[in-house]
Design a protein around this ligand. Structure first.
Ligand SMILES: [Zn+2]
Length: 274
């Protein structure tokens, strides 16, 4: 009842100027009122910190050992990442690197913002196809006595196949094999602090290894969109935890009579390999 009243009040106040009812000496303004704005879809409350319309199912898509991407999944549209004189793409990399356009544009914006702070960032690895990942996984097992050490994910489970995940490194790490000491570098500290402003999260945080089943990777960024990134980074979550919370909100929404069609694209279903 209270929620409905508050929402009505917000609505009424928002309409005041439009109706010409706003007087100059009015003592009421939205800024003076502490109102928690509730979001409803067809009168059903959406109890999640992020509005449905501020999330894109494609950008928050999971890829891990439980939720595999199909063999034929190729993100689109993709863009080729170009090397620049100062930072950009790792020049030591011989192959062309591609990212989903939305992630590529956001990454360029982030690299440019970093440069203004004398932070030079390099893209070391971007989109990887299902097949490339399968080869990498095979090679890793070969060189590790057949043991999966958590450094390379099986085909379909790689965040790189989404086209939204990438490895970004400081200059001195361009040709080195990556390990968690990289987190000490000022470039990585800058990324951890600022990546969310550009829609990225640290996909594999140090304290979430048991959930992600991937070792800490201070270099692996994942584009999820600005609202989701801010929420995840502010609350110290990993993408799996975010989805668990979102799933609970979806269940609650549907149980309260919410339209399934509004939220069904957000439900992560383990895909069958083709
Ligand atoms: Zn990576």
């Amino acid at each position: 009842m209270k929620k409905a009243f508050c929402t009505l009040l917000v609505l009424a106040l928002a309409l005041l100027p439009a109706l010409g009812l706003c007087q100059e000496d009015t003592e009421l303004s939205l800024g003076d009122l502490i109102i928690e704005e509730d979001v409803f879809y067809d009168d059903v409350p959406w109890n999640f910190p992020i509005d449905i319309s501020d999330m894109d199912p494609e950008y928050i898509r999971l890829a891990n050992r439980d939720v595999l991407l199909p063999k034929g999944f190729v993100p689109e549209p993709m863009m080729v990442m170009k090397s620049r004189s100062n930072g950009g793409v790792n020049k030591a990399s011989s192959s062309e690197m591609k990212l989903h356009e939305v992630a590529g544009e956001a990454l360029i914006e982030m690299f440019e913002a970093a440069l203004t702070q004398d932070i030079t960032l390099y893209l070391k690895s971007a989109y990887r196809s299902y097949q490339t990942q399968a080869t990498m996984y095979y090679n890793r097992l070969e060189s590790n006595n057949g043991k999966d050490d958590g450094w390379v994910t099986p085909a379909g489970a790689s965040d790189h196949q989404t086209g939204l995940g990438c490895d970004v490194v400081p200059k001195e790490w361009r040709d080195r094999s990556m390990n968690e000491d990289m987190a000490e570098a000022e470039e990585c500290q800058w990324m951890a602090e600022h990546c969310a402003e550009f829609g990225f999260i640290l996909r594999y945080p140090s304290d979430k290894e048991e959930i992600t089943e991937i070792n800490y990777e201070p270099w692996h960024l994942r584009y999820v969109g600005k609202e989701v990134a801010a929420y995840i980074m502010d609350n110290g979550l990993c993408l799996e935890e975010f989805h668990a919370q979102l799933q609970a909100a979806i269940d609650e929404f549907i149980a309260a009579g919410g339209k399934a069609s509004l939220v069904e694209d957000f439900i992560q279903v383990s895909a069958e390999n083709e």
